[in-house]
Design a protein around this ligand. Structure first.
Ligand code: SAH
Length: 365
């Protein structure tokens, strides 16, 4: 399905300002289509935050839009923390209704610059090892609220003029539980008339919602798919991820096969290494058996501590032993590099500790 990025952007931005829709907005301000394109361009290409900053617009129009509450930026950074590894920056964003989400910028020593963005405030899936899940679900984000997290980092002067090369939907929330808004955000990220990030540079990660994997298969987009697997048997997986009771492994793997058959694209399987739980040789062998297939790739993730985490991280030596078993069985495997643990920005650690109440000054650590 082809989505109209400009229409999605405009709809979200004017609704956030209290208009009933794009038509009502265009009528009230007597805006021709070229003016709407100009607004869209200013926000998504020039990365401006307010119509007030767009000097190509007539002054009266700028003032009128500002007065009516039209703002391009739907997320406001309240804190920005930089990790000691000097490559990771975590932002806490406040949304217009006061809710908050987090996003993480990872600069891989100048090679590529990845932004990890959130699709929901909180998460409904309650995976046992994940901080976001421990906090429960709050609300879905709009397409623009999702997109704006990447847009913010692209426009951030502290970003030292490096281009965002990759965006991953691996922040807070379950992207396929907010499917339409996430696909809208993908359209906004990708639009050559706007942000212009190639599909192949975008990755969506899911807990494994089978119906949505099937919908995604039909999208005909070259966006990468990652599945949070974390266990090779139903018994183990259901204990770690309650969603497995609804979509057990056999159904999940069948959807993965349909995806690969239809798209000929690779699938990445994430597997968090939990000491004494899912990291022994038997698990590695069972995983190798489950993931036989030329387009399957396993990503082993070292466990990151969470506030009430009942888990221990697997030792590096054990992780490499596990990886070797997969490799020997000819399953493609990589071990994920850890970034930003000191600022709780690593995988599974995103959880807004307290929803910001008042306007906080931007702080840097
Ligand atoms: N809900 C989606 C998107 C989040 S992606 C999903 O689950 O795929 C975040 C990734 O980090 C997921 O693979 C998740 O399982 C993993 N993760 C969660 N908690 C973690 C932790 N404490 N340590 C390491 N990885 C974790």
């Amino acid at each position: 399905m082809k989505r109209d990025a400009l229409a999605i952007w405009l709809g979200d931005v004017v609704c956030a300002a209290g208009y009933s829709g794009a038509d009502a907005f265009a009528r009230e301000h007597a805006l021709k289509p070229f003016r709407l394109r100009q607004l869209y361009h200013a926000a998504t290409k020039e990365l401006r935050d307010d119509p007030g900053d767009v000097t190509t617009l007539p002054k009266e129009l700028r003032n009128a839009l500002m007065q009516r509450g039209i703002r391009f930026a739907s997320v406001e950074p309240v804190t920005l923390q930089r990790s000691r590894d000097a490559q990771t920056t975590k932002a806490v964003f406040r949304l217009r209704d006061g809710k908050a989400v987090e996003a993480v910028l990872m600069e891989h020593f100048g090679e590529r610059t990845t932004v990890c963005i959130s699709s929901q405030a909180g998460c409904a899936f309650a995976c046992a090892f994940c901080a976001t899940g421990q906090g429960g679900f709050n609300r879905n984000l709009s397409a623009v609220e999702i997109f704006d997290q990447a847009r913010f980092f692209a426009g951030e002067p502290a970003q030292r003029a490096k281009r965002i090369t990759n965006v991953v939907f691996m922040g807070m929330g379950e992207p396929f539980h907010n499917y339409e808004a996430v696909m809208g955000a993908v359209a906004l990220l990708n639009d050559p008339q706007g942000f212009g990030l190639g599909h192949r540079h975008i990755t969506i990660s899911t807990v494994g919602l089978v119906d949505k994997i099937d919908a995604f298969t039909k999208e005909d987009v070259q966006v990468n798919l990652a599945i949070s697997l974390h266990a090779p048997t139903d018994e183990l997986r259901s204990g770690l991820m309650p969603v497995n009771r609804r979509y057990p492994l056999q159904e999940l793997m069948a959807a993965c096969e349909r995806y690969v058959a239809a798209t000929r694209r690779k699938i990445f399987f994430e597997y968090v290494m939990l000491a004494g739980i899912n990291d022994d040789s038997a698990c590695a062998k069972a995983l190798a058996k489950l993931l036989r297939g030329p387009l399957y790739h396993v990503n082993l993730i070292p466990y990151n501590a969470t506030p009430d985490g009942a888990f221990e991280a697997t030792s590096d030596a054990r992780i490499w032993k596990f990886a070797k078993i997969l490799d020997d069985a000819r399953v493609a495997v990589t071990v994920r590099q850890n970034m930003g643990r000191d600022i709780t920005a690593a995988c599974g650690q995103l959880q807004v500790e307290s929803q910001p109440k008042a306007h906080l000054p931007m702080s840097r650590v």
